[in-house]
Design a protein around this ligand. Structure first.
Ligand code: OOB
Length: 542
């Protein structure tokens, strides 16, 4: 197995420890501590079930014993694909307790993506719910086991396990649990939404991630009195660490899970559980603002709404307080690390007009031009970042590492930003070719590769098109190979490729050829830019 390592040089790691950023705690040790300090306080609720810190700990320990009994070993990687249900927490804290490494997949991922995660991480296990949103995860697990035989253990956390192993939640025959791993070890793997090809694997350590969570608590005002609503998928880095459910649990607060971010599910939970803080992507924030005046749910407990994952326009941002009655906090983050927040006491024009400033005094942020030279403050350029919770390398991907990190360890975020006085950042766009569809990142190249496998597709280029609701939507330009396929049929075929629904092109445009310059060839990047420009020009003209 390729070892999973935290990626900071030892002298840098020492500095972060000495400065007190890295506290030597693990996910297991902090949960144990909270359970000792406030055993009866509610840690997790889905509205129906309320589990205290003591209950969460005992369920996590039972799950840990179950994993070991089933044959998983400390250090094994386990793909976790769970919706927002209470069992998410014993399942993952059980993995932490047994020294195993979760890889967080989203419920929307399908077999092609899960197989890639499983192979790249050399996973031995897969944790699922029986079904969710009409999708049968056990059927997916069966197919996956055929494709990736090394993935030996499948656990089902609710519903019928059938031939798989049910997740244990009751303490069974006592079993020796292993000691906690060192806090410098990799705790879990996040996946990147990156621009090129397939998702990369992001190794996050106990030390670095917990730092980003407790420091976020201080910035977002999360204390043991807070009630944090997880409205976005719990496996995504934003609702996990900004300050997220991990921040909330670290603070000893209450985590409320909503099965869906739609007002129908989320608003009654806010009212009933007296939710104080939550996070949304911009299209959902918009939806909530439209819904709030039409509904009778009492949202008065809500103090802070974090909005991030994609650009929140100032016009819409200004409407948050008048419509929802809470303070907006913009968050510009990435699963690789760096997170920026507007501060709760910032003036309105900063809160509505910027994407915040970094968490840490030791976050090093550079804004550079095409040649890698810093641009003056106030000019836009490519954002590079390095710091106590920004990884220095992806797992098991030399080519991506060469592209995505500078020789001195800065992560090339791919974002184009402008730095304002006080270190606030304004996001202007992306350098790479990806589509940010309502906060879901789609790599153009990954989708083009799928399209090219269709017999009636000669060539394909995916571009992002501005969209009023989603922020961006995907448009596939296709040169047909002989007879033109029908768009709905092509979309239906894309769905058979085993990919998340959000990656299926929103729009398909057939073209006879891709224009080239007088000089002949153009790069795909230029090609995509040109197709987008032509499309938008036509759209505006009509
Ligand atoms: C979050 O994480 P990822 O890994 O899904 O996506 C990161 C990318 C950024 O590089 C940027 O391109 C975009 O998402 N992004 C934003 C943004 N927040 C993220 N673009 C404009 N404005 C924003 N406020 O999306 C994520 C992780 C942690 C916290 C929040 C978001």
């Amino acid at each position: 197995m390729i070892p999973l390592r935290q990626t900071w040089p030892e002298d840098v790691a020492r500095r972060y420890r000495e400065k007190g950023y890295w506290r030597g705690e693990t996910f297991s040790s902090f949960l144990r501590q909270r359970a000792a300090e406030r055993p009866q306080a509610i840690a997790i609720t889905d509205g129906a079930r309320h589990w205290s810190y003591a209950e969460l700990l005992s369920r996590a320990e039972a799950a840990a014993a179950g994993y070991l009994r089933a044959g998983l070993r400390p250090g094994d990687r386990v793909v976790v694909q769970l919706p927002n249900i209470a069992e998410f927490f014993p399942a993952v804290f059980g993995l932490f307790r047994a020294g195993m490494i979760p890889l967080y997949a989203l419920p929307a991922h399908r077999i092609t993506e899960i197989a890639h995660f499983a192979r790249r991480s050399e996973a031995a296990g897969y944790i699922i719910a029986e079904r969710h949103d009409g999708f049968d995860y056990r059927a997916q697990a069966r197919a996956l086991r055929t494709e990736v035989p090394a993935l030996r253990h499948v656990f089902v956390v609710n519903g019928e396990a059938a031939e798989f192993t049910p997740l244990e939640v009751e303490a069974g025959t006592p079993i020796m649990l292993p000691p906690d791993p060192p806090s410098s070890d990799v705790a879990f793997i996040q996946i990147s939404g990156g621009s090129t090809g397939l998702s990369k694997l992001i190794p996050r350590s106990h030390d670095d991630y917990l730092y980003s969570c407790w420091a976020s608590n201080a910035i977002c005002g999360v204390t043991e009195k807070s009630v944090f609503l997880v409205a976005l998928p719990a496996a995504h880095n934003f609702p996990m660490s900004s300050p997220g459910h991990i921040g909330a649990l670290y603070a000893g607060a209450r985590v409320v899970l909503s099965p869906s971010p739609a007002p129908d599910s989320a608003f009654p939970l806010i009212a009933r559980e007296r939710v104080t803080i939550t996070g949304l992507v911009p299209p959902l924030a918009l939806l909530w603002m439209q819904a709030a005046p039409t509904r009778s749910d009492d949202l008065s407990s809500l103090e802070v709404l974090l909005v991030g994952g994609a650009k929140f326009t100032p016009e819409v941002a200004r409407r948050v307080r008048p419509t929802l009655g809470c303070t907006l906090q913009q968050v510009f983050g990435m699963a690789e690390g760096l997170v920026n927040y507007t501060r709760l006491d910032d003036p309105d024009e900063i809160i509505t007009g910027t994407q915040g400033r970094p968490i840490s005094a030791d976050d090093e942020v550079l804004v550079v031009d095409d040649l890698g030279n810093p641009v003056p403050d106030g000019e836009s350029g490519y954002l590079l970042a390095r710091g106590p919770y920004t990884i220095r390398a992806y797992h098991n991907d030399e080519a991506a590492n060469a592209r995505s990190f500078t020789a001195d360890g800065f992560y090339r975020t791919g974002d184009i930003v402008r730095r304002l006085p006080g270190g606030y950042l304004e996001v202007h766009g992306r350098a790479g070719d990806h589509i940010n569809r309502a906060g879901e990142k789609i790599s153009a190249e990954e989708i083009e590769d799928h399209l090219l496998a269709h017999p009636q597709v000669f060539d394909a280029a995916i571009v992002s098109i501005p969209d009023e609701v989603l922020g961006e939507r995907s448009c596939a330009f296709i040169i047909p190979n002989g007879e033109k396929p029908r768009s709905p049929a092509l979309k239906a075929w894309m769905r058979t490729r085993g990919i998340a629904e959000f990656k299926v092109p929103d729009q398909i445009v057939f073209v006879p050829e891709f224009a080239t310059t007088a000089a002949g060839k153009v790069s795909r990047k230029e090609l995509r830019a040109r197709l987008r420009a032509d499309f938008l020009a036509k759209d505006n003209a009509s």
